[in-house]
Design a protein around this ligand. Structure first.
Ligand code: KG4
Ligand code: ZN
Length: 328
């Protein structure tokens, strides 16, 4: 069974055709990132306009690359939230129009749950229940997953999202946008023990806090008259190490609390090589098996939306034409 997925929650316009929730037949992604770079962050108005400009082309190319005919599509799943409302609306309206004109069932899916699904597209089989940690530019969330339709939030960031903290710290250090890959690169030449940073405490031990460490980097940089390459590398490495330690500690704590031995990771920050190293070694010690998506599936894409849609269609879920952009 082929499902068409559509994703427009942030700056990526994406469409994908996925077979049986496993095989990515085609996945087209067009990013408007270039148009946001000069502002150092995503501008919602630009993002939604770019979705409008590219969505027809993106969906058409996903089809022409797949060799699948529209009449073979048995379901259309679309990200309906969370995300930028103006951006989400472009994908939701487009999906509704296709669903109506083709007479194919429609389903709105949660963007974060789709990120959880990315590992299943990498051909991995994870048995339920498991804990999932989604770390992106907009979210840092822990979930207890009993099934594809039984996902319980158990932790979230109290302030900045993890990727957002990488982006802001990169800006403070005078590196590029989006900050994650720049921090990772700069950190390679630095000593992660050079600066003592810490992540803030939270009332719920499974929640996260990253705004304090971002401010600590800011104050440290303000106090320096000039910054050598080595000093920037040390700050980047120390920041990255502290943030990753917090992610690892809380994810493994969630596994202990929920008595599960499987941990699924997803979201843009999971592309980070040091994060993968730390999770692999710490989880091994804790007797937990970690599952990472392919690096290209960490970022926003419609294949994960089609995959999650397939699983929910199979369970009988459908949305009406009153589907709206929102939290779920
Ligand atoms: O999941 P994603 O593509 O979009 C959202 O849904 O937000 O995540 C984008 C975020 C950005 O904040 C970016 O800085 C971060 O993922 N990121 C990274 C790396 N690559 C991307 N953070 C740390 N290390 C990386 N290598
Ligand atoms: Zn995302």
């Amino acid at each position: 069974m082929y499902v068409l997925g559509i994703e427009t929650s942030c700056d990526e316009t994406s469409a994908a055709v996925v077979e049986s929730g496993r095989r990515v037949v085609s996945c087209q992604i067009s990013s408007s990132l270039e148009f946001h770079k000069r502002y150092g962050g995503i501008i919602p108005e630009i993002a939604s306009r770019k979705h409008l400009e590219t969505i027809v082309y993106v969906v058409e190319s996903a089809f022409s690359n797949s060799g699948v005919k529209p009449k073979q599509i048995k379901g259309i799943s679309v990200t309906s939230g969370p995300g930028l409302v103006g951006s989400l609306l472009v994908g939701v309206c487009f999906a509704k129009a296709l669903s109506l004109s083709w007479g194919v069932p429609l389903l709105g899916v949660n963007h974060l749950y789709s990120h959880i699904y990315s590992v299943f597209l990498a051909g991995k089989k994870v048995s339920f229940p498991f804990v999932a940690l989604i770390v992106s530019g907009g979210h840092t969330s822990l979930f207890y997953v009993k099934d594809f339709d039984r996902i319980e939030p158990i932790g979230a960031t109290a302030d900045d999202a993890c990727g957002e903290a990488f982006d802001k710290v990169a800006k403070i250090l005078g590196l590029g946008y989006p900050g994650g890959p720049y921090i990772e690169k700069a950190a390679c030449g630095g000593n992660p023990q050079e600066v003592k940073f810490s992540c803030g405490n939270t009332k719920n031990p499974l929640d996260f806090s990253f705004s304090g460490i971002k401010t600590a980097v800011l104050y440290r940089c303000r106090a320096m008259k000039s910054r050598s390459r080595k000093e920037i590398a040390d700050i980047a490495a120390s920041f990255q190490e502290t943030v990753i330690e917090s992610l690892v500690d809380k994810a493994l704590l969630a596994c202990r609390k929920k008595r599960v031995k499987h941990l699924v990771l997803g979201g843009g920050v999971v592309a980070n090589g040091r994060l993968r190293e730390k999770f692999n070694s710490s989880a091994l010690q804790a007797g937990v098996k970690v599952y990472f998506p392919d690096k290209k599936l960490c970022m926003d894409n419609a294949a994960m939306v089609a995959g999650m849609g397939y699983q929910l269609f199979k369970k009988g879920y459908r949305s009406g034409l009153d589907l709206n952009a929102g939290l779920n």
